[in-house]
Design a protein around this ligand. Structure first.
Ligand SMILES: *Cc1c(COP(=O)(O)O)cnc(C)c1O
Length: 372
């Protein structure tokens, strides 16, 4: 049966490169609280991501959650989509705000911009769209709606590390864009994240709110949390950043092979290729239309599993159907999202996935098709 293949595999710079990078920490004994590695990585990521203002965080979730505090949003409604990782909605609810679910676009799975305005009420304070699978949202339209109604825009940009839209770093859009540098993402600092923000006036707040809101020896100006990135993570980030372009290039080869083998099969919908976007090949989602393909998502999932291949029902269930939210929301208002969540599968995707493994995965998927 061959070796098991997981859905992802964390990128790691060479061991010696990392040990060399952390050597100085034994000299300074400075382990966290904006040390040298943290400063260096901040500068390098600002450059790499093409953003003006960036602050590193302990993870992507805390970046999202604290974004509301950074923008001074304490109550009200936030329009978002339920087709995302649960962190997006948790960040809204845990900040004391109310999520309002908007349906998604059936082509790229990002928020359906034609449905946003009908959800705006007196209480709406922000829009939190997600660049799902690295597909960039309709940025211009979202900004236009936000400007018209005086709303803030916070992007969940966890899937878009290194991407550009019309030549600009994707993190430079909205009031805030949040990245995740989790182990499973295209680029990792083991655990990590960042807030990229537009208004330079927010610098102090964005920097201090992750350190309990402490602003001086005897002053605490904000109701903060502890969400700082430590020096070991920052060191990992410095090492991994040197290799990330190469990693993305390898992901492209994997993605190209999947496309070569799976394009044109009736009932299989591959992720759209967006013009104006430089992609990072973070995920390879496939939507299975059962009537046409002859097998549904769950059958393909089981078939892959039997062969030792880990695919992921990502994102399933829909957030509005999860135990912690289903009593508050229903999925009737988001039929497209519901349908996609029941028919999508992300297949293994990482830089070191071999072409022969991709071929094996594609053969199994093709064999699921019962209509000839
Ligand atoms: C990974 C992810 C997060 C959370 O990031 P962490 O770094 O794991 O806390 C949030 N939103 C989306 C869409 C993600 O994929």
């Amino acid at each position: 049966m061959g070796n098991d293949i997981k859905v992802t595999r964390s990128s790691m710079a060479p061991f010696e490169e990392y040990t060399e990078e952390i050597r100085s920490l034994w000299e300074t004994h400075w382990l966290t609280n904006s040390g040298a590695k943290h400063k260096e990585l901040t500068a390098e990521l600002r450059e790499y991501l093409g953003v003006d203002n960036i602050e590193l965080y302990v993870n992507g979730h805390m970046a999202l959650e604290l974004s509301f505090a950074v923008l001074g949003l304490e109550k009200g409604e936030v329009i978002t989509s339920p087709f995302t990782f649960v962190s997006t909605t948790h960040s809204i609810v845990r900040s004391g705000l109310t999520p309002v679910f908007c349906d998604i676009d059936p082509d790229d799975y990002t928020i359906d911009v034609d449905r946003i305005e009908e959800l705006i009420t007196e209480s709406t304070v922000a829009i939190m769209p997600i660049h799902v699978y690295g597909n960039v949202c309709r940025i211009e339209k979202i900004q236009e709606i936000a400007d018209k109604h005086g709303l803030k825009v916070i992007y969940d940009a966890a899937h878009t590390f290194g991407e550009t839209y019309k030549g600009r770093g994707v993190g430079s859009f909205g009031d805030i864009s949040c990245f995740s540098f989790h182990a499973t993402k295209v680029y990792n600092t083991v655990e990590g994240g960042a807030i990229c923000y537009r208004d330079p006036e927010l610098e102090l707040k964005t920097r201090r709110i992750k350190d309990f809101g402490i602003t001086g020896e005897e002053t605490v100006s904000y109701i903060g949390a502890n969400a700082k990135m430590n020096e070991f993570s920052a060191a990992m980030g410095l090492c991994n950043l040197r290799h990330v372009d190469e990693e993305i290039e390898k992901r492209k080869k994997v993605s190209d092979r999947y496309r070569e083998r799976l394009t044109g099969i009736p009932g299989l919908k591959l992720n759209t290729v967006q013009k104006d976007v430089k992609p990072n090949y973070a995920y390879f989602p496939i939507v299975f239309e059962k009537e046409t393909f002859g097998a549904g998502r769950d059958e393909v999932f089981e078939s892959l599993k039997k062969n030792g291949i880990g695919a992921r029902k990502y994102f399933y269930p829909l957030i509005s159907e999860m135990d912690c939210y289903k009593s508050r929301y229903n999925s009737e208002g988001t039929p497209v999202a519901l349908n996609i969540s029941r028919s999508v599968l992300t297949v293994p995707m990482y830089a070191d996935l071999s072409i022969s493994d991709v071929d094996r995965i594609c053969d199994i998927i093709r064999n699921c098709c019962k209509i000839t």
